[in-house]
Design a protein around this ligand. Structure first.
Ligand code: F6R
Length: 613
């Protein structure tokens, strides 16, 4: 899991690479490096300073050559080999002439390295990636052009990669290829770029292109050409990009996380925008599955990871209730390894903010291979998941940079609930006026989210009072359960405090043993139909000394009796409560993390987009 960037024909490649690496840090930041090339000479600098790696790299580049016109850069999230400078990219071949950067995992690297060592190659790192440099070196020694040497290399490797290669004997050329890991190419007059994503080169390139699996590109200052695995020329698809750099900046806030939380009303609004035709039919972006196929769906399987998995769990309640379809929600990394059953009429919905999470992509591939129709719910246009699917529902939350996902979650819930209503419409399981009322209810959410955000101060008070606590349980029932899971995930990932989410009724089956004075229980208590039962669960933890924080609706007059702290949110239709109730939970995690002095945007050990299994 890493970010890669490259440029040819630039008057100041180092500045371009360092600026791009800063924007790519969300993909990993435990080490960083660049290589610059001038005729006959490869210059390289690498640092491993944790979250400060890119800053340290800037200092390490003080004596970089100023006459180079091309270079490659890398920010790393370690998989094979410790996060040390020796394992940082770029890696070079035995002669130091060829340099490579790589995002992904080469699964057969051990056998390849054994063969290469037997042929005299000397390895200087313990990464899986270094084999790529030596394989390209072999091709060059055999007289192959750089593009052909890379093509031969990727024919030999198994796994996932976005790889870029430079050779000091061809200073104005970079070759690159991908399989599974993302790669885009950007073009401006006289300069050509590559990167893991568009924002890394958004302020430099004018036109962007997506590289598909098993395509190899050759970049030169005047442009690029691409071939497939067999060497046949291919045309890359131009991407439609409507972001400006402003959207990738913090917009005046202390960090991206709070900026993104405050953007939630807009994220939900944009996701719901323009989704109904004049006749009331709910419509999506790229629905290449026709209505008859959707009507014939007999079973739905949602696959996702992390926060997206929690949004998928909310969708289970909505699809079952409204469309009367049986729904399973699977952890994406588990799906393909358990011989899943895909029958005629199975619809698989892959949910992923980035659209690049390898676990989710592989799960969706598995389902596709077994004959399922696949819908992607993703935030990134033209992402790998979007391209993999038969149909796409875009969440339109805008670029999310903070590692902890926030606005993507509320947008996912809105999109998935809309999809549930579409299935209900097609199956006739709801009357048209019921669908109308629910769509209106969804439409009211952005204003409710705004009102909830305006009450930020009440959550900050709770955070200040409880900042010393070390153990947190988040409880909920019905859709409050996935909301509780999401609250616990947000809390643990940015505060580093122990936090667990549970269905409130499950506590008595074991975890209650952990409840003692000092433990904090955060309860999602906004569903009036389940309030009585939840109150009993809260009484159980209160009796054992826990401190209770209850998220309650404005009309709740009873929960106060068992809670130490109340956080009030506007009254919302129960199925829509996750969109509103998650906000105080995100703010609680955020405020606590800030009080503890954590790096909220870049929590330790994590990366924004997980492109390794
Ligand atoms: C948590 C978080 C992760 C992601 C997960 C899936 O705040 O951000 O748990 O939700 O890695 O990522 P996507 O949605 O991009 O597939």
């Amino acid at each position: 899991m890493c970010g890669i960037i490259g440029v040819v024909g630039d008057a100041d490649p180092l500045t371009t690479l360092l600026a791009g690496l800063t924007r790519l840090e969300y993909r990993g930041y435990d080490s960083a490096g660049v290589a610059l090339v001038r005729p006959g000479e490869m210059w390289r600098a690498r640092t491993a300073e944790g979250t400060e790696s890119v800053s340290a790299l800037k200092l390490a580049c003080a004596d970089a050559p100023t006459d180079a016109r091309s270079g490659i850069g890398h920010t790393r999230w370690a998989t094979h080999g410790a996060p040390e400078a020796v394992n940082a990219h770029p890696h070079v071949d035995c002669s130091g002439t060829v340099a490579i950067i790589h995002n992904g995992i080469i699964e057969n690297h051990r056998e390849l390295a054994d063969d290469l060592r037997a042929r005299g190659h000397v390895f200087t790192s313990v990464t899986d990636s270094e084999v790529l440099a030596h394989l390209v070196e072999e091709g060059r020694r055999a007289g192959l052009e750089l593009l052909e040497a890379l093509r031969a290399t990727i024919q030999a490797v198994r796994g996932a990669f976005a790889v870029a290669v430079m050779d000091a004997t061809e200073p104005d050329v970079i070759v690159a290829a991908r399989r599974v890991s993302p790669l885009v190419v950007g073009v401006a007059p006289g300069v050509t770029y590559l990167a893991s994503d568009v924002p890394a080169i958004l302020d430099r390139a004018r036109v962007f292109y997506a590289v598909n699996d098993d395509e190899i590109v050759r970049l030169a200052p005047e442009g690029f050409r691409a071939v497939d695995l067999d060497g046949a020329p291919v045309r890359l698809r131009q991407l439609s990009i409507d972001w400006d750099l402003e959207t990738a900046e913090k917009g005046g806030h202390d960090d991206f996380m709070i900026k993104e939380i405050l953007e939630e009303p807009g994220a939900v609004r944009a996701t719901l925008l323009d989704r109904r035709r004049l006749d009331g039919t709910i419509a999506f972006d790229e629905m290449r599955v026709d209505d008859d196929e959707l009507r014939a769906v007999r079973r739905v399987v949602l696959v996702a990871a992390g926060t997206s998995h929690h949004a998928a769990q909310v969708a289970k309640y909505a699809i079952e209730r409204w469309a009367r379809l049986s729904v399973e929600v699977d952890i994406a990394s588990e799906y393909r390894y358990r011989d899943p059953i895909v029958e005629i009429g199975t619809l698989v919905i892959g949910v992923s903010q980035s659209g690049e999470t390898i676990d989710t992509i592989q799960a969706v591939r598995e389902a596709h291979g077994r004959g399922a129709r696949v819908v992607a719910v993703t935030n990134v246009v033209d992402s790998s998941l979007a391209r993999e699917a038969d149909a796409v529902v875009y969440t339109r939350a805008g670029l999310e940079i903070s590692v902890a996902s926030t606005k993507a979650f509320v947008a996912q819930v809105a999109a998935l609930e809309l999809l549930a209503l579409r299935l209900a419409q097609l199956r006739g399981t709801l009357e048209p006026d019921e669908v109308d009322a629910l769509v209106r209810g969804l439409g009211a959410l952005p204003a409710l989210v705004e009102r909830t955000l305006a009450r930020r101060a009440q959550v900050e008070e709770v955070a200040t009072a409880l900042v010393g606590a070390r153990d947190f349980f988040f409880l909920g029932r019905h859709v409050g359960f996935p909301t509780a899971l999401e609250g616990a995930l947000k809390f643990k990932e940015i505060t580093y405090r122990h936090a667990e989410g549970y269905p409130a009724g499950e506590l008595k089956h074991g975890p209650l043993a952990l409840i003692e004075p000092g433990v904090v229980v955060v309860a999602i208590a906004t569903d009036p139909t389940l309030r009585e039962k939840l109150l009993s669960n809260l009484a159980e933890v209160k009796a054992r000394g826990a401190t209770v924080v209850a998220i309650v609706s404005d009309d709740d007059e009873v929960t106060e009796a068992v809670a130490d702290y109340l956080v009030r949110v506007p009254v919302t239709e129960p199925m829509f409560t996750p969109v509103v109730d998650v906000i105080p939970l995100q703010l609680l995690a955020y405020a606590t993390a800030r009080l503890l002095g954590r790096n909220v945007d870049r929590p330790r050990n994590l990366a924004k987009t997980v492109t390794v299994e």
